[in-house]
Design a protein around this ligand. Structure first.
Ligand code: ZN
Length: 262
């Protein structure tokens, strides 16, 4: 067969498979089945469970989330009218916008190239952006600032220049923040209320858990909460042996299991 025709055929198959994957991911997101398997979010599942790169996982997640709100975009993605890049870029910039605005912006992104899509979003107000890359021996952070934020940083650097460069400033700030937490003199909680956990105990439990979710398989370090293993409502107390660290997603999931009638 002509090589070009063969590739056209494969491309069709690729589109069909991508569409099918998005449908299944939608199902997964709706039932939150990834929580049970130890993943803290759909994104976590896409990266650790399905082996997608973070960038592709973000794209897939964006499509699933936006298609849930605006179901008609799914067909447009399938037909190639909206690219996955367009959808994920729109998702990133429109997350907190009203539905009407999302819809009208997505309409403007139809049949646009990646470059055009990116250009359309060039001038939004930019929050502080940090890009993190982890290697076995180091972690690289790339920090994006607006000019105004950078001016403020320059001012601080000028004020401290006799003492620190930028790296020094950052490390000093981290150490100072950490110390301020470690130095707090915690009052021993005299409360009889088992829902009340003293700061000292909370910090101990978090430290012991390595500052990550203890749900089997989950490695989330975000939105951590100290959870009563045996819930208070069935007689659990605030002893250390009854406490564990869960990410908000797993804590909520566990709560929903306990509140379900058997
Ligand atoms: Zn978790």
């Amino acid at each position: 067969m002509n090589l070009h025709l063969e590739l056209l055929e494969l491309r069709k198959t690729e589109k069909r498979i991508t569409s099918k994957i998005l449908d299944k991911l939608q199902e997964m997101e709706n039932c939150k089945g990834y929580l049970k398997s130890g993943y803290s979010s759909l994104f976590d599942y896409l990266v650790r469970g399905l082996g997608y790169s973070e960038a592709t996982a973000y794209q897939r997640q964006a499509c699933v989330r936006l298609a849930r709100e605006i179901p008609e975009i799914k067909q447009k993605i399938d037909n190639g009218i909206l690219s996955l890049t367009a959808v994920s870029t729109a998702y990133k910039h429109l997350r907190r916008k009203p539905l009407d605005e999302k819809r009208s912006t997505l309409k403007k992104l139809e049949n646009k190239s990646t470059r055009d899509v990116k250009r359309m979003f060039l001038e939004p107000m930019k929050p502080l952006k940090v890009k993190k890359s982890e290697y076995s021996d180091k972690v690289c952070l790339r920090l994006e600032l607006t000019h105004e934020q950078n001016n403020r940083l320059e001012r601080l650097k000028a004020l401290k220049s006799h003492k620190w460069d930028l790296e020094g400033l950052l490390v000093e700030w981290i150490d100072k923040e950490l110390k301020s937490y470690e130095n707090i003199k915690f009052k021993r909680s005299s409360s009889k209320n088992p829902r009340q956990i003293s700061n000292r105990l909370r910090n101990y439990v978090l430290k012991k858990a390595g500052y990550k979710c203890q749900f089997p398989g989950c490695e989330s370090k975000h939105f951590l909460q100290v959870d009563h293993i045996f819930p208070v409502k069935i007689g659990g107390d605030q002893r250390q042996s009854n406490l564990q660290v869960l990410c908000a997603q797993h804590n909520q999931w566990k709560g929903s299991k306990f509140s379900m009638p058997n």
